[in-house]
Structure formats: C-alpha cells, structure tokens
Design a protein around this ligand. Structure first.
Ligand code: OGA
Ligand code: NI
Length: 319
C-alpha cells in the first residue's frame, strides 16, 4: 500500500508542486483502493488527545457505555454486537457525526456521561479530518480530469460523514453481557467495502488491517503519523470503476487490544450518485444506475445492526 506525501495538496491541489501527489493518489486509488498519507496537516497534539479519550472511553464500566447503546432508529452511540455480512465482529464501537439532528436518521449524537474533554476533543478531531477529506476529494477530482471543486457541493451543505472509535479487545466484548448474540467472530471486522466516498483512518501500532488485492490479503502496515485512506462504494460509482472500493477486513486480536479511528466521509443526504461526466464516453458508457445516497446508506446501516437479509451492494446497481 503506497505512502504518499500530501503536503502540497493541502496547500493548493492545482499547484505544479501538487501534481505528483495527485497522480500518486489516482494510481493508488485505482490499483489498490488504499494508500497512506503523511504531511497531512492534522496536529500531533490533537491526535494524541484523541487516542487518550478513545482508550479512556472503552475503559469505562459497562453501565456508562450501555447507557448510550445504539438502536435501530438511532445509529449513534455505543455498540458491541455489530454484524458485518451478518457475522458478529469481535469489537466495540462508538459512532458520532455532525452536531444537531442528522438528515438521514433524524437523530442526534449520544454522548457518554463523562468528562467534557471527550466531546470537545472528538469534535475537534472530526473537524480536522473533515478538512483533510475535502483536500483529498479535490485531489480525486483533479485525478479524474475534473475541476478541483467539482464535487464540493455534494459535501459542503451538510455531509453525512461520521467517525467511529473502534476497539478490538482480545476478550469477547459480549462475554459478560446478557444479550442474545451470535457466537463470537473469528475476525475483528469481516470483509467489506466502505459505503461512502472515502475513509480517513488512524490506526495504532498493533496491526491487523488487511486489504484484498490480486487474490491475496495484504497487511496495511501501521506507519507512525500516517492516515490510511481508502475509497468507498460511492467513489467507485462516481469514477465509473476507475477508483476501486477495496475489500478489507481486520483480524481478531489474540494477544494485544487494538484501537482504530475511521472517518467515513459521505455526501449530503440528498445526493444522487452516478458516474461523472469526465469518465463516461461512448467507449466507456456509465456502468451504474443512479444511487440515492440516503437510501443506500440506510439499508447498509440496518444490515450492520442486525440480520435483515443480504447486505446492499453497488453491484446491484450495475447496468
Ligand atoms: C471499518 C474498518 C478498519 C480498521 O471500521 O470499516 O474497516 O483498521 N476498520 O479498524
Ligand atoms: Ni471499513
């Protein structure tokens, strides 16, 4: 998985200095669907504080976490019984999004009853990775021969991105819980693609994230100070299959607990996603029908919460 210096992109994606990084991102997004970025502009102090708050939260007693348990109607808050492809993942998560009533679920963040610094730090972190995501989005556009700001309006009013704090314990997170659950998984997260545009993920130094390419699982090596970026289903559709939404998974932890923090950068609720003009031609017609983002996302979220039948995939929208 390539490591790319994005310093020049953060400054000005259209500058000559940014050109090489833009080309590297386009190549990585099409060959791997995954890359890592350094020189990304997110302050180290904010990253350190975010890790501290994350570990502190999962360390709280079950009563604090159970009080903000996710429900089918409101996906925000804590969960320890998540399914991917209808199998139970060996993990605990905390999900939060933009402030206020979110436009897809008409529901608000559930914050734990803990020190104020938890909220403040996580909001600051969310805003920092949102800025980085906008810069990466501009690079994805230039890489498709589009003006840098071409997709901005699909994200700027109110994007539906969210952050997930992932905790992968060695023990089964449901071992002491009195709930109906599938047997514990042999994976931290089962193989999947992310549904949205792009994901900005911070992982600790334990390792376990793997991406599938050419018939093999490849480790995404922990790289100090780097973010892992991967393209999601909507980016694959927008790019008409030029950028790949790569299949990935996380191994189950056997010896050391692991933490990771993805930001899933998603368009506004009313966005209609279809292949963009620069990637559709007579020789390469549109490969997908239009997808309504809120509908797609709503279906995927249901499948994560519990088994409501086969998971929705972009392949179902192929022409
Ligand atoms: C996810 C995911 C990877 C990781 O939460 O969608 O793929 O390294 N996480 O935790
Ligand atoms: Ni993922």
């Amino acid at each position: 998985v390539p490591v790319i210096d994005v310093g020049a992109i953060i400054q000005d994606v259209t500058s000559p200095a940014a050109n090489q990084a833009v080309q590297s991102i386009a190549a990585a997004a099409s060959e791997w669907g995954f890359f890592q970025v350094v020189n990304h502009g997110v302050p180290g102090s904010l990253i350190d504080a975010t890790w501290r708050e994350t570990a502190g939260f999962f360390d709280r007693p079950a009563s604090v976490k159970d009080a903000i348990m996710r429900t089918r109607d409101n996906p925000w808050g804590y969960y320890n019984n998540e399914l991917t492809k209808n199998q139970r993942d060996k993990k605990e998560v905390f999900d939060y999004t933009t402030d206020g009533v979110d436009p897809i679920y008409a529901s608000e963040n559930r914050w734990p009853d803990v020190n104020d610094s938890f909220r403040q730090t996580l909001r600051a972190y969310r805003d920092a990775v949102t800025d980085l995501s906008h810069a990466l989005l501009r690079a994805f556009c230039v890489g498709l021969d589009l003006p840098a700001g071409f997709m901005q309006s699909d994200f700027s009013k109110r994007h539906t991105g969210f952050i997930r704090l992932n905790y992968y314990p060695v023990r089964d997170p449901l071992e002491a819980a009195n709930v109906e659950a599938l047997p514990v998984a042999d994976l931290g997260v089962h193989h999947h693609t992310d549904a949205g545009a792009l994901t900005v993920l911070m992982q600790d130094d334990v390792g376990g994230l793997q991406v599938f390419r050419d018939g093999y699982w490849h480790n995404v090596e922990p790289t100090p100070g780097a973010f892992v970026i991967n393209t999601g289903d909507m980016m694959q559709v927008w790019s008409n299959d030029i950028y790949q939404a790569a299949i990935h998974r996380v191994l189950a932890m056997e010896h050391t607990d692991r933490y990771s923090i993805p930001f899933f950068f998603n368009p506004t609720a009313d966005t209609s996603v279809s292949p963009l003009p620069s990637v559709v031609s007579d020789e390469r017609p549109a490969r997908y029908k239009t997808i309504n983002w809120s509908e797609f996302r709503g279906k995927r979220t249901d499948g994560d919460y519990a088994d409501y039948g086969p998971e929705v995939q972009v392949a179902q929208y192929r022409i």
